[in-house]
Design a protein around this ligand. Structure first.
Ligand SMILES: Cc1ncc(C[n+]2csc(CCOP(=O)(O)OP(=O)(O)O)c2C)c(N)n1
Ligand SMILES: [Mg+2]
Length: 317
């Protein structure tokens, strides 16, 4: 289990990185698209705090995965170089924002196709089960994934085979521009787990400790051979779906209401109340997070572009 201050540090790092990435896109230094997780850092940090890649645990997620990559231990240098298309990036600059991957840290990667990572996670979980490693595999997806056929097939298979798979839904109320209520006849993703005989936990996705606790519960059950569990983390993105989305489809006041429950501020206040953090140290931690991002950005900017002769390397294993 990570300390409360460490969890805050990680969230601050993700926030600082995402804010900088937003600027880099605006400046044209990062191409393609990007899906930021500003406001959603607590789910990434909470879930990853409960798993251990050194014992073989793995995680896959959606295109909104910068936070997961960093939480899993990807360096800011590796991430920013990848986003900028440089050879020093985790995929040699050929993956970009939506395809960050690093198997060495158990990060099976980001998946741009909605729901596609869920069966892949089952594959890693099946491997752990067959080899008897006791490892778990986590699939993170959005509320938009739960109407995808592959999602239902994967959750069903994991339940039938009692795979050590953990299904984490970030229910941020919208799948792209569509409210969840318009695409689901049941109000909660967690309700769907019952159809597969799988337990589910609904958790406040703005609270990193609550997310971590839920993830520990799921991990314990999965490691003991009990099979999969679904965690529905209710959260909200403070930015549009992707870089070009001003998010005008959201009702007035909704964003402001969620911003009052900023995961960084919740954790900051909790630690101050417990006497584990001072306002001054928080300011210092924030400054350090921004400095680390700038240092990594400097490094990434000086990395070479991938060379043409290697264009076909690393694309099929
Ligand atoms: C199979 C598939 N269908 C459609 C898309 C286009 N698309 C990209 S993101 C997205 C919305 C997904 O929303 P959600 O799963 O709630 O994730 P969020 O972006 O809210 O984190 C859609 C429909 C896609 N990438 N893959
Ligand atoms: Mg969503």
């Amino acid at each position: 289990m990570s300390s409360g201050v460490e969890k805050l540090r990680r969230m601050l790092e993700i926030r600082a990185c995402e804010e900088r990435v937003q600027q880099l896109f605006a400046e044209g230094l990062v191409r393609g698209s990007t899906h930021l997780c500003i406001g959603q850092e607590a789910v990434a940090v909470g879930v990853v705090s409960a798993i251990d890649s050194e014992r073989g645990d793995t995680l896959s997620c959606t295109y909104r995965g910068h936070g997961y990559a960093l939480a899993m231990g990807m360096s800011l240098r590796s991430l920013l170089a990848e986003l900028m298309g440089r050879s020093g990036g985790c995929c040699g600059g050929k993956g970009g924002s939506m395809h960050l991957t690093d198997p060495d840290i158990g990060f099976l990667g980001e998946f741009a196709i909605v729901g596609a990572n869920v069966p892949v996670t089952n594959g890693a979980a099946l491997s752990a089960q067959v080899l008897g490693t006791g490892a778990v595999s986590v699939a993170v997806f959005g509320d938009g994934a739960v109407n995808i056929g592959a999602w239902h097939e994967a959750v069903n298979l994991a339940a039938v085979w009692k795979l050590p798979s953990i299904f984490v839904c970030e229910n941020n109320l919208y799948g792209e521009y569509t409210p969840f209520a318009e695409t689901s006849p049941v109000p909660s993703v967690a309700d769907r787990a019952a159809a597969y005989g799988s337990p589910a936990i609904v958790v406040d996705g703005q609270d990193v400790d609550a997310v971590e606790e839920a993830a520990h519960t799921a991990c314990e059950r999965a490691r003991a051979g009990g099979g999969p569990m679904l965690i529905e983390a209710k959260n909200y993105r403070f930015v549009g779906h992707s870089r070009t989305d001003p998010a005008t489809y959201r009702p007035e006041g909704e964003l402001e209401e969620w911003m009052r429950r900023d995961p960084v501020q919740i954790q900051k206040q909790r630690l101050i109340d417990k006497g584990e953090l001072s306002a001054r140290r928080f300011t210092e931690m924030t400054r350090k997070a921004h400095e680390a991002v700038e240092e990594a950005l400097q490094w990434a900017s000086n990395q070479a572009w991938p060379v043409k002769s290697e264009v076909r390397e690393g694309i099929w294993v």
